[in-house]
Design a protein. Structure first.
Length: 76
């Protein structure tokens, strides 16, 4: 499953980032690496940008970039 596919506000864990080096570096710089917990918080009115909670920070990620981030649901 990819980050842009989630339709709820449950927590997920990042498995892999399948992006080019520039985008991957930017995501790494904000702390989004394999094993990171991520949770969707808000959706923009255009529905193309969503805000996520990543390491106690709210980060907006475009859907075109979110579709490169492989995640799995955390089963509590």
């Amino acid at each position: 499953m990819y980050l842009n596919d989630i339709n709820d506000t449950d927590s997920y864990i990042v498995n892999k980032i399948n992006a080019g080096e520039l985008i991957k570096r930017r995501l790494y710089d904000i702390g989004l690496i394999s094993g990171t917990t991520i949770k969707r918080l808000f959706i923009s009115p255009s529905k193309r940008i969503k805000a996520y909670l990543i390491r106690d920070s709210i980060i907006a990620i475009r859907d075109r970039d979110a579709k490169l981030i492989n995640v799995s649901e955390i089963n509590d």
